[in-house]
Ligand binder design. Structure first.
Ligand code: FAD
Length: 352
């Protein structure tokens, strides 16, 4: 089978490495023409330590890529354990495709016709599959900054939602050598810059911030259920069929509440690696594995649509709690309810 992978992000790169192990020889395309300092676009580098298992399966060691551990982590005024790290994502992306030649170009439709199977790993662009059921995305803005304490304080990892209007949060991720990724993302957030300005202002007595780079992106938070179809079959001139199948963010494997896509994209690529011959079984396996994302999407829809001033439902609190537990974050149930009160306040602010 002649296979092309469009996109050398986490999903495409990891799938390529898995296929090479199976004795296949995928060809991978990615123009990587992103106007960012690191040359990548989805440049969030926060990941759970459990991604070590995926890397091990292709002979890579997570320890080689860890920039900073992120435990303890601050969630507004609560400090708790979190099995999260920042990783050197550009280096990881390079190593994922170390045994494959990457063509620095987009996979054009005419070139795609030469392959029996084309993988759409183009992330939020979903360049090769038809439009999906729902296009819910959020537009994060992230700065890379150098941080210099003015006193003895040290800026730790944190996620802050209470002061962010709309459905969103601000994150502070240390990436080594006094550098940080500070980002803001959310749905119904009118001005991301204002949130940054307020944050820098509130910290200005303790830290000096120097901006090195800014990255504006788009993350698909529609959930896999909202991102169907995952595959299509097209008929070629000689009568044979060609499969186009999506993997990773192109088919919505991103946590709707938090927009984390690294670990889910690795898992999605793993599933595709074992179901490449049977796309219907692949669809079922992805929907099953990420069924919890459907619930989170339901909560987002509810919070975005509500007009009667009703607060989050019990099931929404439960989903937030389950999401924190799934990530191994030691957040007590009462804190979830408190955070969610804040969430309904954000939604009110967004509607005003
Ligand atoms: C600012 C920002 C911060 C984030 N922070 C985090 C975080 O801290 N932790 C986390 O888990 N997730 C984070 N995310 C989400 C996460 O980065 C993505 O969900 C994840 O990278 C998706 O992986 P992917 O391989 O499916 O797609 P991508 O990483 O988006 O890769 C898609 C690739 O396809 C290429 N491409 C596009 N069109 C074509 C084409 N026609 N032909 C060939 N190639 C093409 C692109 O150049 C790109 O390299 C963040 C996203 C953003 C935007």
């Amino acid at each position: 089978m002649k296979i092309a992978i469009a996109g050398a992000g986490v999903a495409g790169g990891y799938l390529a490495a898995l296929l090479v192990q199976e004795g296949l020889a995928p060809e991978i395309y990615d123009p990587m023409a992103h106007d960012t300092r690191c040359g990548h676009r989805s440049c969030g580098w926060g990941a759970p330590v459990r991604i070590a298992t995926y890397l091990e399966s292709i002979g890579l060691d997570l320890g080689e890529y860890v920039l900073e551990p992120m435990t303890p982590m601050r969630f507004d005024d609560l400090e708790t354990s979190a099995p999260l790290v920042t990783i050197d994502k550009p280096r990881l992306l390079r190593d994922l495709v170390r045994d494959v030649t990457v063509r620095r170009e987009s996979l054009a439709p005419e070139a795609a016709g030469r392959y029996d199977c084309v993988i759409d790993a183009t992330g939020v662009e979903r360049a090769l599959l038809p439009p999906c059921r729902s296009e819910l995305t959020l537009p994060p803005l992230q700065h890379r900054v150098s941080v210099e304490p003015t006193g003895t304080d040290c800026l730790g990892a944190g996620v802050f939602g209470h002061d962010v209007p709309g459905l969103g949060y601000l994150w502070v991720f240390p990436i080594g050598r006094d550098d940080y990724h500070i980002g803001v993302g959310g749905i119904a957030l009118s001005s991301l810059e204002t949130v940054f300005d307020r944050f820098y202002q509130s910290m200005s007595g303790r830290f000096r911030f120097t901006r090195r780079c800014a990255c504006r992106g788009e993350v698909r938070v529609a959930s896999p259920h909202g991102s169907m179809p995952f595959h299509i079959e097209t008929r070629r001139k000689d009568g044979s069929t060609r499969l186009v199948v999506g993997v990773g963010e192109s088919i919505g494997t991103v946590t709707p509440f938090t927009a984390e896509g690294i670990a889910p994209s690795l898992e999605c690529a793993r599933i595709l690696g074992t179901h490449l011959e049977d796309p219907d079984a692949y669809t079922r396996a992805v929907l099953d594995q990420f069924s919890w994302m459907r619930g989170q999407r339901d909560t987002l829809d509810y919070l975005l649509a509500r007009r009667d001033g009703a607060g989050p439902r019990l099931r929404d609190c439960w989903r937030f709690y389950r999401n924190a537990r799934r990530s191994g974050i030691g957040i007590p149930p009462f804190e979830v309810v408190r955070q969610l009160r804040g969430l309904s306040h954000w939604a009110d602010a967004a509607e005003d």
